[in-house]
Write a protein that binds this ligand. Structure first.
Ligand code: ACO
Length: 436
């Protein structure tokens, strides 16, 4: 993995600070636009711990040095290993992008062929895992099933705990990327009460996933190529997004040196939440609840009054149009050409138009994010809403694993263990029950 070289700080690359409690002055080196929080420890008053930063939600704290994904939130730029997302979405395949994220370079034809073959080879899951899925209730949420089955994979592959062995790491990475569609599809079939469909290794990664979801009695399930392509683009758009909530969870769990299945299961849990990957499900529910374009102004008024959020809008990093949302908006047209237009599209478009002109959203730089239109496509592709986040998880798996791989090779990383500012009561004597 390549890494950006560290610039040796000079006096000019430093921050001068004066602690007004003591009158002492400090020069803190600045490297790559950051100061090291540990350098603040030297600033202190005698008898008290050194200075620390307080940053709930890590809004201005870098947790790692990474060479995988670049985002400029103000300009709306997203690049994987330096390649713009627009070019990858248009010219690449999901497995090619996965290779790029993991290895840092686009594969040659021979490397891609070998990669696709090894992914294809690992698509099947152990029959015991199928029985494990059967144990879930008929109405279990597929994300809960996915989280549990990915976690269970660590019991099938105990060698995965040897995270210092590069060959072993790559084997587990290949396995997990290969098995995610199978686990996602089995969770879906379980919920539907339909028999599981085994992988068809003559199909592409995405076409095989659609076959495992929707095949019934036909000998081969052939999904419409345009729909396969649209889903492939969606997977590419979701493949990585630097230090988002779920990736941070994967890195944080991975920092304990646990196996990658356990770390990714934690990422899936984080993704499940409505403020993260669960947002597209929430967008669809919101659009259905609004019902007609005439009801949009009332809804917007409620959002501005703080009664609820406009789901699919706003982003911690993007203070501009999310570049992924632009690509998805275009993919909507391609999908609707095959499936017919989702009637909720009109409400979404009108909602976007009104919000983008409204001072509340303009002032806060709230633009559509990746989740605003993706739910409409997923619904048109016949996915029930509970499956939306599963699709996100399948797409994000190469990113989680590339970030995990970078983490375990980064000599500077330590077990994640943030500080706290303690605000509770100190040292008091235990009160017996009879005296409370
Ligand atoms: N609707 C209405 N107001 C909003 C929204 C929204 N969707 N998002 C942010 N705001 C407002 C906040 O209320 C706040 O207003 P205030 O300054 O008056 O208090 C201001 O904009 C800043 O918002 P924060 O919550 O501080 O922004 P943060 O970076 O913490 O949150 C988040 C980002 C979680 C994505 C937020 O915008 C949100 O909840 N959006 C809706 C959920 C969503 O779409 N999530 C998907 C994100 S993309 C992804 O995970 C793949």
């Amino acid at each position: 993995m390549t890494d950006t070289p560290t610039v040796e700080p000079t006096k000019a690359d430093s921050l001068s600070m004066r602690d007004n409690r003591t009158g002492r002055e400090y020069d803190i080196p600045i490297t790559d636009g950051t100061i090291r929080a540990a350098d603040l420890r030297q600033i202190g008053v005698k008898g008290e711990p050194g200075l620390a930063t307080y940053d709930p939600g890590f809004v201005n704290t870098a947790s790692c040095r990474s060479a995988i994904t670049f985002i400029d939130g103000d300009l709306g730029i997203l690049e994987y290993r330096g390649y713009p997302i627009e070019q990858l979405a248009e010219q690449s395949t999901f497995l090619e992008v996965a290779y790029l994220l993991l290895h840092g370079e686009l594969p040659t034809q021979a490397q891609l062929d070998e990669w696709v073959l090894s992914i294809t080879y690992h698509t099947f899951i152990h029959e015991n895992l199928k029985q494990f899925i059967e144990g879930f209730r008929y109405d279990a949420h597929p994300m809960g099933m996915l989280m549990a089955t990915v976690s269970a994979l660590s019991t099938f592959y105990p060698a995965a705990s040897k995270i210092d062995d590069p060959e072993n790491r790559m084997l587990q990475i290949t396995r997990l990327i290969a098995k995610m569609p199978t686990l996602g599809a089995f969770a879906y079939r379980h919920q539907q009460g339909k028999p599981y469909v085994y992988p068809d290794n003559s199909l592409s990664y995405t076409a095989n996933f659609l076959a495992m979801l929707f095949k019934m009695s036909e000998p081969t399930y052939q999904a419409d190529e345009r729909l396969v392509h649209a889903l492939e683009v969606l997977f590419i758009l979701h493949a990585d997004h630097e230090q988002n909530c779920s990736t941070n969870a994967v890195r944080s769990i991975g920092s304990s040196q646990v196996d990658p299945y356990s770390a990714v299961a934690g990422g899936i849990a984080a993704l499940y939440g409505p403020l993260h990957g669960g947002a597209n499900e929430a967008v669809l529910a919101m659009l259905k609840r609004i019902g007609t374009t005439e009801d949009i102004p009332d809804f917007i008024a409620g959002v501005k009054d703080g009664k609820e959020k406009l789901m699919g809008f706003g982003h911690r990093v993007y203070k501009n149009y999310d570049p992924r949302a632009k690509i998805i908006k275009k993919a909507c047209d391609d999908v609707f050409e095959v499936t017919g237009v989702n009637p909720l599209l009109k409400i979404a478009q009108e909602l976007e138009k009104i919000a983008l002109e409204d001072e509340y959203f303009v002032k806060r730089k709230l633009y559509p994010n990746v989740d605003f239109y993706s739910g409409l496509i997923y619904e048109a592709l016949q996915f029930p809403a509970e499956m939306f986040t599963v699709l996100f998880a399948i797409g994000r798996t190469p990113g989680w694993l590339a970030q995990w791989s970078e983490l375990v090779q980064d000599k500077e990383q330590k077990i994640a263990r943030p500080k706290q500012v303690y605000t509770g009561i100190r040292s008091r004597d235990f009160v017996p029950m009879s005296e409370r």
